[in-house]
Design a protein. Sequence first.
Lengths: 144, 144
Amino acid sequence: MKDAPAQPPSFRLHPQLAADTEAVAELPLSTVRLMNDSRFPWLILVPRRPEIRELHELSERDRAVLVEEVALASRVLARATGADKINVGALGNMVPQLHVHAVARFRNDEAWPGPVWGTGERRPYPAAELARTCASFAEALRSA
Amino acid sequence: MKDAPAQPPSFRLHPQLAADTEAVAELPLSTVRLMNDSRFPWLILVPRRPEIRELHELSERDRAVLVEEVALASRVLARATGADKINVGALGNMVPQLHVHAVARFRNDEAWPGPVWGTGERRPYPAAELARTCASFAEALRSA
């Protein structure tokens, strides 16, 4: 009898991202999550590809899809919030799984003009507001 | 006599980027510059499109080219430096012209695991090292 073939690795959201964020939507490539930090309107896109840490490890085809999904999330954030600037970043110094931040920034937000990462303490949304915010971004992504 | 037609706006590197960075290479869409900060191996890609502030303001075609150029710069940084992580970001809170950072990060660099933006004081390269570093990245981008 032969051994069963090795299963290919499957995508699983990193536990730290699962803990810090809330589900918003599934796009063709990426899982979209809301950072549970009411200080900043902040979406995170995680391409559903296992074992990818860096943008340059994705296939060219996936990168073309990802950049369109990031642009979609950025446009939705800009329209929904009237932000002064959208910040986009893929850092991964703390959580190695490739994920892209899209953050609506305002000249009077608490980190401006610095980056949001590592600034102050995360301030979770009240539960009802968290659900409402996720639903509202989900609808905006669907209808954009 | 008719008035001369209005000239379309033309691309010009933002003076702050021109002051903080040094020319490395011209890719099909982006001007590549080296951040003149010897603390971090740090490339900046500026799409040569006038009056663009946000990723979602570029055309879809330009975004597909840009993400490949960013992946190229990231791969070159990773190979040249053996970095622990590449950070990619388009912030623009200080300089509104769309530009994308690709930064080689190390677990023992002075900002780890935080972002490089707004951390400490920029430490310019000595002139000869600046020229050598730019030439070396230019060659790596050409031959990648």
